[in-house]
Design a binder for this molecule. Structure first.
Ligand code: HEC
Length: 121
């Protein structure tokens, strides 16, 4: 075997070795091409049901009253959940008379609805 073909063999083995290592670990399916079920979130189909039990007790006819889409949307800056008063108040980012703090999926849904779904009714 010439030195040249030995080096070729060695580098092929190295490539196989290093690329095969990347395949270890749990199988994670690629879902990037699939529709996100949250893309169909609307006020009526998923947001109102979060706000009613958490906020409705106090916000009845005042502030973001969950029975009224237009009342709630007064506190939404479409496309910008980070500065929307609805999210800022609900996530404890600003002192809130209600003291209620949403976290996890309910908060993420509200943010998604504002940022990706134009806060659809
Ligand atoms: C225990 C009663 C109570 C609950 C429950 C409550 N709030 Fe409030 N909220 C208040 C009070 C009192 C104020 C007025 C003082 C202030 O701005 O913090 C207020 C003010 C707000 C404001 C500003 C209103 C304005 O016109 O400036 C927003 C937005 C708001 N709350 C969102 C929410 C959201 C979202 C929820 C549910 C996750 C919620 N609140 C739950 C009592 C409550």
């Amino acid at each position: 075997m010439t030195q040249r073909s030995f080096l070729l063999l060695l580098s092929t083995a190295a490539i196989l070795f290093f690329t095969s290592c990347g395949q270890r670990g749990p199988f994670v399916p690629d879902t990037s091409g699939l529709p996100n079920p949250w893309d169909s979130l609307t006020f009526a189909s998923g947001i109102q049901s979060i706000l009613t039990p958490n906020c409705g007790g106090c916000h009845s006819g005042f502030g973001p009253d969950p029975t009224s889409y237009s009342a709630v949307s007064n506190y939404v800056i479409v496309g910008n959940s980070a500065t929307s008063p609805l999210v800022v108040k609900a996530s404890g980012g600003n002192s809130h008379g209600g003291g209620v703090v949403l976290t996890g999926e309910p908060l993420d849904k509200i943010k998604y609805w504002i940022d990706h779904n134009n806060a659809a009714p």
